[in-house]
Design a protein around this ligand. Structure first.
Ligand SMILES: Cc1cc2nc3c(=O)[nH]c(=O)nc-3n(C[C@H](O)[C@H](O)[C@H](O)COP(=O)(O)OP(=O)(O)OC[C@H]3O[C@@H](n4cnc5c(N)ncnc54)[C@H](O)[C@@H]3O)c2cc1C
Length: 407
């Protein structure tokens, strides 16, 4: 691979058109002398789960970017002021059609497939287009075969990334987990329901509505209740054990929970009864429940820089720059991943726009940026988990003290 910048006509292959691959494509699309090939294996956008974007994603000043109650201080510690200003400048350069969508998603809940469809439609509607779409399952071999000198390859295929474990020099190359650092925080049920009245939650509410739930506490997550004018959307988690996780199907409803895990269901029902007592509303429909492990992970190499640093190589992915984006690069629990993925997609689009940047510099800057975002989300997730652990022991001072670790 050459150490100069990208060629004057650059072709970018984006594998995976989930939210992050789509956003990256929409950011690259208006760039001159650049074309995008976007590959997706799904025929339809069918994921209806309600998601939300973090307000920092649409921040218009460095101060508002670091205003988060949980990790505002960390932002100042991890990023230089200049980096923060550059991030804000990048946001301000986002085309207005896309910026309007991002702002609307940061206001409240939205179905994931509506985010995907909106960006996908926007890409198709823009003209001249510059994006060629292919409906196909791409294999690592396919990815190699489609690369021509000067091309850029972006893997945005999600948590089961196509290329993540290929970006390490042999012998571990390709082996599952070879390039993945993973921290399992806990197992939870993610429970979502609609409620026919306004319902807002804060830490006092989480506490008082769980007072009679010594074991399974339902915790509406950070910014996870949203009233849209007629209905409140509520999503929260209940911690479960590894054994309970194994004994459950991946997705089920309130009826299944009541028949099979009555103690968990009773906690949930007590919480809901208190909401009703307070606000005199009703649950609309049933509970939607998925069981998931809450994992924090990152690709130790988010690009193929390390393959190149070893000098000339016949490694299959050493001929063109390769980047991991979104859940391919970093995964985080507690409903933050799309914002993180979008953040990294914006940075990557900004790097690709600097066509004369020597490729090793481009790759190095992306690695550093991903590492800093990893530090941020790692500290943030550990803090949320720690707060959650303390919260669960509030009525048991000895258990609480054991978790405090005061030096
Ligand atoms: C219950 C639940 C609730 C969540 N709520 C939130 C939330 O509120 N906020 C938030 O930020 N995050 C949330 N998340 C996480 C969020 O959904 C993911 O972080 C996000 O979807 C990741 O986007 P992505 O584009 O990186 O990957 P994905 O969404 O996984 O998209 C990857 C795309 O690549 C395609 N693909 C994969 N392999 C191939 C291949 N070989 N060839 C071609 N195409 C391929 C897939 O079909 C898919 O379309 C939630 C997750 C869960 C499970």
């Amino acid at each position: 691979m050459v150490s100069e910048g990208l060629p004057s006509n650059t072709r970018v292959h984006v594998v995976g058109a989930g939210p992050v691959g789509l956003l990256l494509t929409a950011l690259l699309q208006p760039m001159e002398r650049l074309s995008v090939r976007l590959y997706e294996k799904r025929r339809e956008y069918s994921r209806t789960r309600m998601v939300t974007l973090a307000p920092y994603l649409v921040a218009d000043t460095a101060a508002s970017y670091g205003a988060d109650a949980i990790d505002g201080d960390s932002v100042g510690a991890i990023f230089d002021p200049l980096e923060l200003e550059q991030g804000i400048a990048l946001r301000k350069s986002i085309p207005s059609d896309l910026a309007t969508l991002l702002k609307s998603w940061a206001l409240g809940f939205c179905p994931l497939n509506s985010i995907e469809r909106s960006i996908s439609d926007l890409i198709d509607a823009r003209g001249p287009n510059g994006v060629e779409r292919t409906a196909a399952v791409v294999t690592a071999e396919d990815a190699l075969a489609m690369l021509e000198p000067g091309d850029v390859l972006v893997d945005s295929t999600g948590s089961r990334s196509l290329l993540r474990d290929h970006l390490v020099p042999s012998p571990g190359e390709g082996a599952e987990g070879a390039n993945t650092l993973k921290v399992r925080l806990e197992y939870v049920l993610v429970i979502t329901f609609l409620y026919g009245q306004r319902y807002d939650c804060n830490e006092y509410c989480k506490y008082s509505k769980n007072i009679e739930n010594p074991h399974y506490k339902f915790i509406p997550m950070v910014h996870r209740t949203h009233y849209d004018g007629s209905v409140s959307h509520v999503t929260g988690v209940i911690k479960i054990s590894a054994e309970e996780y194994e004994a459950m199907p991946s997705r089920f409803d309130g009826g299944w929970l009541r028949s099979n895990f009555p103690e968990v269901a009773r906690s949930m029902d007590r919480f809901i009864a208190k909401i009703k007592e307070e606000t005199h509303g009703e649950i609309l429909g049933d509970l939607e429940i998925v069981r998931i492990p809450l994992d924090l992970y990152r690709a130790r190499n988010a690009t193929n820089l390390r393959l190149l640093e070893g000098g000339p190589s016949d490694h299959p992915f050493a001929s063109c720059p390769v980047f991991l984006a979104g859940d391919s690069a970093i995964g985080s629990p507690y409903f933050q991943s799309i914002s993180l993925g979008f953040e990294c997609a914006m940075f990557l689009a900004g790097l690709i726009a600097q066509r004369d940047l020597p490729l090793p510099v481009m790759l190095d800057r992306y690695e550093l940026y991903i590492y800093k975002q990893w530090l941020r989300v790692y500290m943030r997730s550990k803090m949320i988990k720690h707060n959650k652990d303390l919260f669960e022991s509030l009525d048991d001072p000895l258990a609480l003290l054991e978790k405090l670790h005061i030096y």
